[in-house]
Design a protein around this ligand. Structure first.
Ligand SMILES: Cc1cc2nc3c(=O)[nH]c(=O)nc-3n(C[C@H](O)[C@H](O)[C@H](O)COP(=O)(O)OP(=O)(O)OC[C@H]3O[C@@H](n4cnc5c(N)ncnc54)[C@H](O)[C@@H]3O)c2cc1C
Length: 524
């Protein structure tokens, strides 16, 4: 029997489709350390004591309530988890952040406010800020003195984010950029102090550039709160900029490199979305199981009916497999990040390299996680029957709050297409060799098929064989589509959607298998 120790993995982004991974290489959630568990428990306590009792007041957007909760979270260190110690944060590693972030995912609308502040609001400055920008903003973002928002989407550009019209022009003195434009669906807008805003300098498509704006800047104003279907407690407003004068020192990153910031933030955001929805799905399932054990019909707890048992089992299976894929990816990104830190890479490269490397996995996880959550809240609501439809039980809120996850951080359609697009780009750049394994499979098809079940001493032989076959089927079919359609493949969206679904299934199957193997080989 071995122990759960360091994972020496070498699997690069997207390579899961052509390479096997051993269970020793896969990170699993059971590898949590005592320190991580303590932080996770403290997050659970925070939600139990501070958030759960006032969910209705949060959803009613009671004045100042979410801000005061963010301040309390800051006091406990939750807003500065990812911020390095030199900037007043905790400097937690990627896996630690995953454990804590998962718990906050169960905090309904509050989780969106905190996630937007610590994620899309803070990360651009952490990743791409100059030393001065980091020193100016990060300590205050960690302490909660400043709250953050991120402004990419516009009324006319959502999925097509680079179609933004917000324009920045350098003034004659060369000291300030004058920004005009409008942003839409901005989370935390109602109370945020800093806004990372994406613009085009001189309206030039090649000069897509980010700036840090502050709400006190003249010409900066907000629309009314959007009336939303779910996550009602999260502030969502439009942002208007009319001749806002922004010091040129507030330009974030480089001119014309705003898309890099936007996409990098989305890569990490997609991973985190999956990570967070696990927390929401676990809560819904726990509540459904409790209700099913308490609720009696026909003088029998409904949990003893096969139909209800089947629902609970199906939810647990999907959740466990999504959790396996999410923590496996967390481990990959963590190891990549640590390797970059140890190699002396700069902060930007060290913090963004992992999510960029595993961008395919992040896109797949975003789709997987959001669809598992939707399944779980839907079936949990069904377990509650009529009470599921009542605002007195927790499921109506869970059901409403879940739905947004398939829309933001890139819609699931966009993420499905992205995953295949990135895989093909990796192949074209020679980063992944899809051709050789594809040709090997074609050769194998011409020979006598292998009818064996695999190594009989291997407990997971059947599962391993099914996985191998699934990978072969993907390479064969996707390879056929590439050969037949060539450049036209990118516009054959029905094929891309299905291909992405197969990729998701394969990554999830493999992650679940590796976790099961690791648990069996570790604990017997
Ligand atoms: C509650 C909420 C909070 C948000 N928070 C923020 C925030 O803080 N900051 C921010 O910048 N943005 C935020 N957003 C915006 C969010 O990221 C966008 O709504 C999302 O990217 C989709 O853009 P859209 O709404 O314009 O939909 P559209 O892009 O118009 O898409 C409509 C439909 O068409 C599909 N579609 C679009 N293009 C294609 C294509 N090429 N091929 C196939 N299908 C396509 C989409 O998948 C979708 O189903 C938020 C949105 C909401 C609702």
């Amino acid at each position: 029997m071995s122990t759960l120790t360091d994972n020496k993995q070498s699997l690069k982004g997207g390579e899961f489709i052509i390479k096997d991974t051993t269970w020793q290489e896969a990170y699993i959630p059971e590898e949590i350390t005592d320190e991580q568990r303590a932080m996770r428990d403290s997050a659970k306590d925070f939600i139990r004591t501070e958030i759960d009792p006032i969910l209705d007041r949060i959803d009613a957007q009671e004045e100042g309530l979410v801000v005061s909760l963010l301040d309390k979270a800051a006091e406990l260190g939750f807003l500065g988890l990812s911020i390095p110690e030199e900037y007043g944060g905790f400097g937690a590693d990627f896996n630690t952040i995953s454990y804590v972030f998962e718990v906050f995912g169960g905090a309904h609308a509050y989780s969106v406010a905190q996630g937007a502040h610590t994620g899309i609001g803070t990360m651009p400055i952490l990743y791409y800020g100059t030393d001065e920008q980091r020193a100016k903003y990060l300590p205050k973002l960690a302490s909660g003195e400043l709250k953050a928002a991120y402004c990419l989407t516009e009324p006319w550009s959502g999925s097509d984010a680079l179609g933004a019209r917000t324009k920045a022009v350098l003034n004659e003195e060369g000291t300030h950029y004058i920004i005009n434009g409008q942003k839409m669906w901005i989370t935390n807008a109602g109370f945020a102090d800093t806004f990372v805003v994406f613009t085009k300098i001189d309206g030039d498509d090649k000069k897509f550039t980010a700036f840090i704006l502050e709400k006190t800047m003249e010409g900066f104003s907000l629309g009314a709160e959007e009336k939303k279907m779910g996550i009602k407690g999260s502030s969502t407003r439009q942002v208007f900029m009319s001749n806002v004068k922004v010091p040129k020192e507030n330009l974030l990153g480089e001119i014309g490199k705003g898309h890099k910031i936007a996409f990098q933030i989305l890569n990490v955001g997609r991973f985190k979305l999956c990570n967070g929805v696990l927390g929401g799905a676990k809560r819904a399932l726990d509540q459904a199981v409790k209700y099913a054990n308490e609720r009696q019909q026909f003088k029998t707890p409904i949990s003893s009916f096969g139909a209800i048992k089947h629902k609970i089992a199906e939810m647990a299976i999907r959740l466990w497999t999504a959790e396996s894929a999410s923590y496996r990816t967390s481990g990959l990104i963590h190891d990549y990040e640590q390797a970059l830190h140890h190699s002396g890479a700069g902060l930007t490269e060290a913090l963004t390299g992992g999510a960029e490397e595993y961008q395919i996995e992040c896109a797949l996880l975003k789709v997987l996680g959001s669809e598992v959550l939707d399944f779980v809240v839907d079936e949990s609501l069904q377990v509650y029957g009529g009470m599921g439809f009542s605002e007195e039980a927790p499921m109506a809120r869970a059901y409403r709050d879940s739905r947004i996850n398939r829309i933001f951080e890139g819609t699931n359609e966009i993420n499905r297409m992205l995953s295949i697009d990135a895989l093909l780009k990796f192949a074209m750049k020679g980063k992944i060799d899809l051709l050789s394994p594809g040709m090997a499979i074609q050769k194998e098809l011409m020979s006598v098929p292998d009818f064996g079940a695999g190594d009989e001493n291997d407990f997971f032989a059947a599962e391993r064989k099914a996985l191998k076959n699934a990978k072969k089927a993907f390479l064969l079919v996707a390879g056929g589509a590439v050969q037949k359609l060539m450049q036209k493949l990118s516009s054959e969206q029905e094929i891309l959607m299905h291909a992405a679904d197969v990729l998701i299934d394969i990554y999830t199957m493999e992650s679940a298998l590796l976790r099961a193997e690791k648990l069996r080989n570790t604990y017997g």
